[in-house]
Design a protein around this ligand. Structure first.
Ligand SMILES: *Cc1c(COP(=O)(O)O)cnc(C)c1O
Length: 392
């Protein structure tokens, strides 16, 4: 029967878990409004400007009438070719720009639409706990069933796929992974990826690897691509983003690469719900990737400096954490026993520091706080001072 009320949401919306950061966001805004000097280490959104040569290219391209028309669905041919070239030089993985590359309106868009392309109602996607919330929410919106697997500190936040019951592994269609990892900052090496690919081939599961942070890595460490291991293209797709690499979160541009059938299926969904990325933004993306090596080191150094300040500061104050090798997050356990939400609220109330409570990324995030390095070094120093004064 038709719903009698006009403005009532579809049932699929009611399935979504509550947004755990909502109450904290409200308190943060309230603190700012009441004039407090809030240090925001909560959001994963770079505070630095997009490099000016990328902005210049956008200006130029935006003035050309050719870019004002609908872009091609899969992305500009030239952009896909530049992506394939960049990928090969960065990861030594060749890609066919026509079949193995798809331009996205930010990688979140692709990660969220992927379950629509792969899952029939009731089918299972395996999702880590804790994780970036889009994997679970995208699965739920598509009518799929999330099956959550633990990421544990003692396993360096790598899942134990052999611990998944064979009947569950057989039933699953999709596995989400993300390394370097948000929120934990954990990294994965090629041996781990090889074991994941072998497992996925054995059980016929598509691996969706979210690689948003492969370029934000420190002290010379360069995270590998899932696609660099043997057999990966049989089962794997990888999602990359210009957002974090080039301070371009607002521009909305990313790309998916890998298994041609999966890329094609995702492209089919997208063809029916969007019409691609603004052409001028795609040309700006070309500019970014073409100048990758001259831009990326400065960006890495800024975060590396900030990381050192925060990691050393918190460690001195008795917090338990690993020195982050990649991503701009520090995942830490405070020296006091409290729920992560209570802790985040206390930090905001007593020190005017905004953070993300670990439980917002899944039940196993309980007890942890995610600090984001997207604020100036001096502000991070100030944050450490404030935490020291209050004495957590
Ligand atoms: C920021 C982020 C994304 C989304 O990036 P966009 O390309 O801006 O959509 C995807 N995955 C993770 C883990 C992120 O932290």
């Amino acid at each position: 029967m038709k719903n009698p009320k006009l403005f009532i949401g579809a049932k699929r919306l009611a399935q979504l878990p509550p947004y755990l950061f909502a109450e904290l966001d409200r308190k943060k805004r309230q603190a700012v409004r009441s004039g407090r000097d809030v240090i925001d280490l909560g959001v994963g959104d770079p505070d630095m400007a997009t490099p000016s040569l990328i902005i210049q290219r956008l200006r130029l391209e935006a003035a050309r009438k050719e870019t004002h028309r609908y872009p091609s669905y899969n992305g500009l041919q030239e952009f896909r070719e530049v992506i394939a070239d960049w990928f090969e030089s960065r990861f030594s993985v060749p890609l066919d720009p026509n079949r193995e590359v798809l331009v996205l309106i930010g990688s979140k868009e692709g990660l969220g639409h992927l379950p629509w392309a792969l899952l029939d109602p009731g089918e299972t996607a395996i999702i880590p706990n804790p994780a970036y919330p889009v994997y679970e929410n995208g699965t739920l919106l598509a009518g799929g069933k999330p099956f959550r697997i633990p990421l544990l500190e003692e396993d360096r936040y790598l899942p134990d796929l052999e611990a998944i019951a064979p009947n569950m592994a057989d039933a699953a269609k999709l596995l989400y992974l993300n390394y370097p990892n948000n929120p934990t900052g954990a990294v994965a090496d090629a041996d781990f990826f090889q074991s994941v690919v072998d497992w996925a081939v054995r059980y016929n599961v598509v691996i969706c690897h979210d690689a948003a942070y492969t370029e934000i890595a420190f002290n010379g460490y360069r995270p590998p691509s899932l696609l660099s291991v043997a057999g990966a293209k049989k089962v794997g797709v990888e999602f990359h983003s210009l957002s974090k690499t080039f301070n371009m979160t607002g521009w909305r541009v990313g790309f998916a690469v890998g298994n041609a059938d999966v890329i094609k299926a995702l492209g089919e969904i997208k063809k029916n719900v969007d019409s691609g990325v603004f052409g001028a933004v795609q040309y700006a993306g070309i500019e970014a990737l073409d100048h990758y090596s001259e831009l990326i080191d400065d960006i890495r150094m800024v975060y590396q400096d900030r990381r050192d300040v925060l990691v050393e500061g918190l460690t001195r104050l008795g917090w338990k954490l690993h020195k982050t090798e990649a991503t701009f997050y520090v995942w830490a356990r405070p020296p006091v026993e409290r729920s992560s939400t209570q802790l985040a609220e206390r930090l905001l109330e007593e020190t005017a520091i905004a953070v993300a409570p670990g439980v917002g990324f899944g039940t196993l995030g309980e007890g942890y706080i995610r600090f984001s390095l997207t604020n100036e070094k001096s502000r991070i120093e100030e944050a450490v001072d404030r935490i020291k004064k209050v004495g957590f």
